[in-house]
Each structure stands twice: as C-alpha cells, then as structure tokens.
Design a binder for this molecule. Structure first.
Ligand SMILES: NC(=O)CCC(=O)C(=O)O
Length: 266
C-alpha cells in the first residue's frame, strides 16, 4: 500500500485560492498512491485564530470541492487534512469545527471527522471551535484507517477506541509547532507502539501567526520504527506499507490481548 504525506508550507502571504490550486496539483502528482494525506488546517493555518471565522466553509465549500476533484483526478483516497467547518451545534446554533475530510478515489466525501480535543486551554481553537464527539474509521480496502487530529495525539484513550473500532492505520494531520517537535516525534511513535498500528502523522512547514511549524512529518510502523521522516520544509513523504504487518505484530506480540478493561478507579 503506497502512502504519500504532503507536508505543506503554510505561508500567510499566499492567497487561499492560490494555495488550494497548488495543493490540488501536488495531490494530482501522487497518482499511483493508494492514500494521500494533507495536514491540519492548511488552508488557513492552525494558529491563525483571527482568520478562522473568515476562512470557515461548509462541507461542500471551496476546499472540499477542490480536493474532491483532485482525489478523483488522481484516483486516490485523499485525507484532505482539515478545514474550519461552518456547521451547527446540537441546538442548531452556528458553530465552527476543525473538520478532517476523507475522499474516496471517485471524489465522494466518505468521512468527516470533527476534532475531539481542541488545543489552546482557555484561548485559540479551544474557545473558537466546538468539539467533535465521534470516533471515525473507514475501510479503504487494503486497510482500515482511524482518524485523529494534531492535539488528539496526546490522548491515548482516543487511539484505544480507534483500535477497538478496527483501525490499522492511524492518520494524524497536524499543525504542530517547532518548539514541541520532540513531543510530536515521541507521541507519534508511542501511539504506534501501544496501538500496534501504522501512524501517518502529517504536519505543516513554514511560519504563520508567528508560530514556526515543526515539519518532520513521520510514518511509523506497528513496531514503533520510523519508516520515513520529513525535514522541516515543504516535502512529499512517501512509503510502501504492508497492512498485514498490523495483524502479524498483534499476533506475535499480543499485548492488546492483555488489556484489563474496567480497572477500578482509586
Ligand atoms: N493544532 C494543535 O492541535 C496544536 C497541538 C500542539 O501544539 C500540542 O499538542 O503541543
């Protein structure tokens, strides 16, 4: 199974429509891959909080439309990273979500995942966006993917639920800052080891809203070994994966079988 992670440089001087067209061309160039992955909030920048509202779009907005066409033209599954989604909350009030979009090779939007853990504590994304509540997986044929976004990487309980739902490839688009790059690399490997699954962690490059991005997108195998790692700049990171290794790793070293569910709380 061929996967390509496109680590996009989010440059605030590049107009949104220009970036969409540029990224669509990069996706089309990955014809032959099975799965292409883009980072978190690449149309606006994960830390460009002041621009979230203005850049918000519905699930059939300009980014989704461009990415649907690119997936279809390339004939690939496309995890198009995330967009600021303009949606509604449970009461029908308008709300923004950090929503990842997964397109099938025919261009249909197959899954939308609203980020569960919002970053920023009491500011930024955590106050501007509403939280998702749904664990999302999708069977791509060669493997089942489980979706998480950036800060979710710090919450192993979400990854347990993804594994329970059948995930073999954990796809994590991100806009991770350079100053916490060590956490990014460590957590990507930790989630792979504990899940005995591939982790495809795709970040951004460049600096936006004064926040230097880490880059260093990484593909980790079910044993926790790094299969491929990007540098700090814009880059396409590709690798051939063997999804059967998930089952063999879990069978040969069956730690997931030894989980004790329902441990008593202190
Ligand atoms: N966009 C994010 O979720 C940033 C997460 C982050 O910076 C961190 O977990 O550290």
């Amino acid at each position: 199974m061929r996967v390509s992670l496109i680590q996009i440089d989010v440059n605030p001087d590049e107009p949104g429509q220009v970036r969409r067209e540029r990224v669509a061309a990069l996706v089309r160039a990955e014809r032959g891959a099975d799965l292409v992955v883009l980072p978190e909030l690449w149309p606006v920048g994960a830390f460009a909080f002041d621009e979230f509202a203005a850049s918000a779009e519905p699930l059939d907005g300009p980014t989704a439309t461009a990415m649907s066409a690119a997936a279809r033209d390339a004939g690939v599954w496309l995890h198009a990273g995330s967009v600021v989604e303009r949606g509604t909350d449970g009461s029908g009030a308008e709300a923004l979500y950090n929503t990842s979009l997964l397109f099938a090779p025919d261009g249909t939007l197959r899954r939308a995942y609203r980020k569960i853990h919002r970053f920023g504590f009491d500011k930024g994304e955590a106050t501007l966006m509403a939280a998702g509540h749904e664990i999302v997986t999708e069977d791509l044929g060669p493997a089942t993917v489980g979706l998480a976004t950036c800060y979710d990487l710090r919450f192993p309980e979400q990854f347990r639920l993804l594994v329970d739902a059948g995930a073999e490839l954990l796809v994590v688009p991100a806009g991770w800052p350079a100053r916490r790059r060590a956490h990014w690399s460590l957590l990507a490997r930790a989630r792979a080891v504990e899940s005995q699954a591939y982790v495809l962690a795709c970040g951004t490059a460049g600096t936006h809203a004064g926040v230097e991005q880490a880059g260093y997108s990484v593909i980790v195998d079910p044993w926790g070994e790094v299969v491929a790692e990007a540098g700090p700049a814009e880059q396409v990171l590709s690798a051939d994966l063997d999804p059967a290794r998930v089952a063999t790793t879990r069978a040969d070293f069956p730690v997931l079988r030894d989980r004790v569910l329902g441990l008593p709380t202190p």
